[in-house]
Design a binder for this molecule. Structure first.
Ligand SMILES: Nc1ncnc2c1ncn2[C@@H]1O[C@H](COP(=O)(O)OP(=O)(O)OP(=O)(O)O)[C@@H](O)[C@H]1O
Ligand SMILES: [Mg+2]
Length: 344
């Protein structure tokens, strides 16, 4: 079992340790034979050895599972040292790709509470189609600068371990960079504070008792449906003005709090002019937004709305061609076919 596999196992165990219906020891034994527990103990030793406890440890209120605790110390230790955070209070949401934690802000941040999005060790493995989004994007280092060293570019292309690490960092750097750009442009996104290798720190939307719910779980009052729809579309438009498409926009990535919306979750951001699938990705974003608002009683002609927004920024619409009109022997047709099927 190599280190990656140890990490996977820890991930899995941590998830399950926190699942209510996973308290039955026998069931757990069924799922993980005894030899796995041996691996876990060995892995524990492997991970903890070599950690510099004096610089990495800080006590936090949140009761994390074992591997999660180690990962939080790794990921949030620098935020703590730089006084961006002073405590981790609770996990707001655990996801496949990342978990979001509520933190007490440190002395360097003018806020009481902040949200830390901590990416999982192997989050990129879950990004099946990340290539679609990365097309036309230069990979970034953790300072948000383009990776230019040939060795780095090659490592990413070859998908060596080091390359995968760079790719992971770049993915996260895009999220922070996009938040910075959109926040200063006046978009409804959380204010970003800082980036570390595995985590970004941003404004927390919610209050002491409750984090803002995602819009898909909210039933809107009748009189707020239209203004909120227009607010979301205003943001979509503002993104285009800043040469960005969200890329995974839907009611699941919009928070609702106090009658206002906040767009979140930007690592897959797409550049309209650089990505050949940009129009399809944009249309999908607008369609998903319209689907939610239609469920709230506000129906619009999705395609026309998307097309008007798109062309008003000078972009051209990529027209879908029926496969029966494409020639498999023709290079251009094959390219078009690849482009079309990418989002299906
Ligand atoms: N700034 C924030 N304030 C409050 N809650 C937040 C904030 N950012 C994220 N969250 C919560 O964390 C969840 C996950 O965040 P996000 O969508 O950025 O990550 P993700 O990796 O896409 O996770 P998922 O797969 O669950 O969507 C959100 O659905 C929301 O509930
Ligand atoms: Mg999300």
């Amino acid at each position: 079992m190599n280190t990656d596999e140890y990490i996977d196992l820890f991930d899995e165990l941590d998830d399950n340790e926190q699942t209510e219906n996973f308290i039955n020891k026998d069931k757990r034994r069924q799922r993980f034979p005894e030899r796995h527990f041996k691996y876990v103990r060995e892995a524990n030793a492997e991970f903890l050895k070599g950690q510099d406890d004096s610089s990495r440890s800080f006590d936090f209120t949140y009761q994390a599972a074992r591997f999660e605790e180690w990962w939080l110390l790794e990921s949030l230790g620098d935020f703590y040292e730089h006084k961006w955070i002073s405590d981790v209070l609770r996990r707001l949401k655990g996801g496949k790709e990342a978990s979001v934690y509520l933190c007490q802000a440190g002395a360097e941040v003018v806020a009481d509470l902040v949200a830390a999005k901590v990416y999982r060790p192997r989050s990129l493995r879950n990004l099946k189609n990340d290539g679609i989004y990365r097309t036309g994007r230069t990979d970034l280092d953790s300072d948000g600068n383009a990776l230019v060293k040939e060795a780095d570019v090659n490592a990413i292309r070859k998908r060596s371990n080091y390359g995968e690490e760079l790719r992971h960092t770049s993915w996260i750097a895009y999220e922070l960079q996009t938040l910075e750009r959109l926040h200063s442009a006046g978009a409804d996104v959380p204010k970003p504070y800082a980036l570390e290798k595995n985590a970004i720190l941003m404004q927390y939307i919610g209050d002491d008792g409750r984090a803002a719910p995602t819009l898909n779980t909210v039933t809107l009052d009748r009189d707020e449906v239209k203004p909120l729809f227009e607010r979301v579309i205003r943001n979509v438009d503002l993104l285009l003005s800043n040469e960005r498409i969200h890329g995974d926009l839907s009611a699941y990535n919009i928070l609702y709090w106090d009658g206002e919306i906040t767009l979140i979750d930007f690592p897959q951001v797409v550049y309209p002019e650089a990505n050949p699938a940009a129009w399809s990705i944009f249309l999908r974003d607008v369609t998903r937004v319209c689907q939610y608002f239609a469920s709230q009683g506000w129906k619009r002609d999705t395609r026309k709305l998307a097309a008007d927004l798109w062309t008003s920024h000078g972009h051209r619409i990529f027209k879908e061609v029926h496969p029966s009109h494409l020639d498999a022997e023709n290079k251009d047709d094959r390219r078009l076919w690849e482009k079309q099927k990418v989002l299906k």
